[in-house]
Design a protein around this ligand. Structure first.
Ligand SMILES: Nc1ncnc2c1ncn2[C@@H]1O[C@H](COP(=O)(O)OP(=O)(O)O)[C@@H](O)[C@H]1O
Ligand SMILES: N[C@@H](CCC(=O)OP(=O)(O)O)C(=O)O
Length: 378
């Protein structure tokens, strides 16, 4: 179902992932566009001050590295691209840090690879670090960790990375800023008759037929990766906007519900998507049984599960595995991602968090299952 003016949904978007492409960030490869980055940072800061949580996914490391190394032509050799990314990332992080600080907001650099998100434990680590940063009011600035990935295993374009980050933190919206006003029925660089698409359903196959590849030599994915990113983001309930990065105050205007760019609406609700994801993990790795107090905290008070409320740990599972929670009668009441492995859980079962350090030698989280990582199944 499509809303009459779906952009209005963005007024309630609490957690937003913004993605900017290489051509915008580096002024078509001429060098980091500090003024443009400054304007996005000013808007990100205003959104944080308005109580929103924002994550910036920024490309541009390779293009900026090439500029700094004096390379006019994009190298073909992977190790040279990786070297350029390492050089350029320094500049990228520096500009974001400066511009966000000038607006009174802290920033953090996070470099991710596909392997980080495919591995359950690293996935959970990335997720809790990002959620902690958001809670602290800090803006994470994310890019792919280009120096350690090769062609076969990289995201390649940051549109995909933006969508995976939106999935990871369960964002309400993904805003992709690019060098076009949004999606057209065909590449406007090639087809002067292409018409503008105001809004559509994310995942509509007709959109894939409209979208072409990159229009410039700087960008890498083109419109097709943005359409596929919108489909992927919709999987966890996030709608996507594709808008022109130089549109004045685009982020602020979008957050006020104004129609700027193309809106690709997610068809599933966030909670539903999460439940589905958990339900699909049928192969449970284990379970924990809980006492009546903990069961009621989970079921009735919407709280996390603390080890002190656990009575028994069953199975052999690792941090990040999906496990079931059973009440005193043995019935499953919830499932979620374990913060501790089964052997660690056995050590801290029935214990208060003040004792975790003594028992484990460290403390990861006070909860066995955090509220944001669990769904009630009964
Ligand atoms: N249907 C379409 N609508 C709009 N742009 C399109 C379409 N098909 C292909 N493109 C091209 O996609 C380009 C944007 O993608 P890309 O160059 O990868 O930018 P970015 O660096 O922002 O990711 C546009 O400049 C445009 O030429
Ligand atoms: N990680 C790469 C970005 C890859 C890329 O070109 O992405 P994009 O311009 O968003 O299509 C970099 O920082 O250069």
């Amino acid at each position: 179902m499509q809303d009459k003016n779906a952009f209005l949904l963005l007024r309630d978007a609490k957690r937003i992932v913004v993605k900017v492409g290489s051509s915008l960030v580096t002024n078509e490869g001429r060098g980091l566009d500090a003024a443009a980055i400054g304007q996005w940072c000013e808007q990100l800061a205003a959104l944080v001050k308005d109580g929103r949580e924002v994550i910036m996914v920024s490309s541009g490391a390779i293009a900026e590295g090439m500029k700094r190394l004096g390379w006019a032509v994009r190298p073909k050799a992977i190790h040279e691209l990786q070297a350029a990314a390492a050089v350029g990332q320094m500049g990228l992080a520096q500009v974001y840090e400066t511009k966000l600080r000038e607006n009174g907001i802290g920033s953090a650099q996070v470099l991710l690879t596909h392997a980080d998100l495919a591995d359950r434990e690293r996935y959970l680590n990335a997720r809790s670090t990002l959620l902690t940063l958001l809670q602290l009011g800090v803006v994470p600035v994310i890019n792919e960790n280009d120096t350690v990935v090769n062609d076969e295993i990289k995201f390649g374009d940051n549109d995909t990375l933006g969508a995976l980050v939106a999935n990871l933190v369960e964002a309400d919206a993904l805003i992709i800023l690019t060098d076009q006003r949004g999606l057209f029925s065909a590449d406007p660089r090639k087809d002067p008759n292409a018409y503008f698409v105001h809004q559509a359903n994310a995942g509509d196959p007709a959109l894939e037929a409209m979208a072409g590849g990159a229009g410039s030599s700087i960008g890498s994915g083109g419109m097709i990766t943005k359409i596929l990113a919108a489909k992927r983001a919709a999987g966890s309930g996030a709608s996507t906007v594709i808008a022109w990065g130089r549109e004045p105050q685009a982020l602020i205007r979008l957050s006020q519900g104004e129609a700027v760019g193309t809106f690709l609406q997610a068809q599933t609700q966030k909670n539903q998507a999460r439940k589905q994801w958990m339900a699909d993990h049928l192969q449970l790795r284990g379970s924990v049984s809980v006492d009546d107090g903990a069961a009621s905290m989970l079921r009735d008070a919407g709280k996390s599960l603390l080890p002190i409320g656990m009575t028994r740990v069953s199975g052999d599972f690792s941090r990040g595995d999906v496990i079931a929670v059973r009440d005193a009668s043995g019935a499953e009441i919830a499932r979620g991602l374990a913060n501790y492995s089964s052997s660690e859980a056995r050590l801290i079962c029935r214990k208060p968090s003040s004792e975790f350090e003594k028992l484990l030698g460290y403390i990861a989280e006070p909860e066995m299952l955090h509220r944001t990582n669990l769904v009630l199944t009964r």
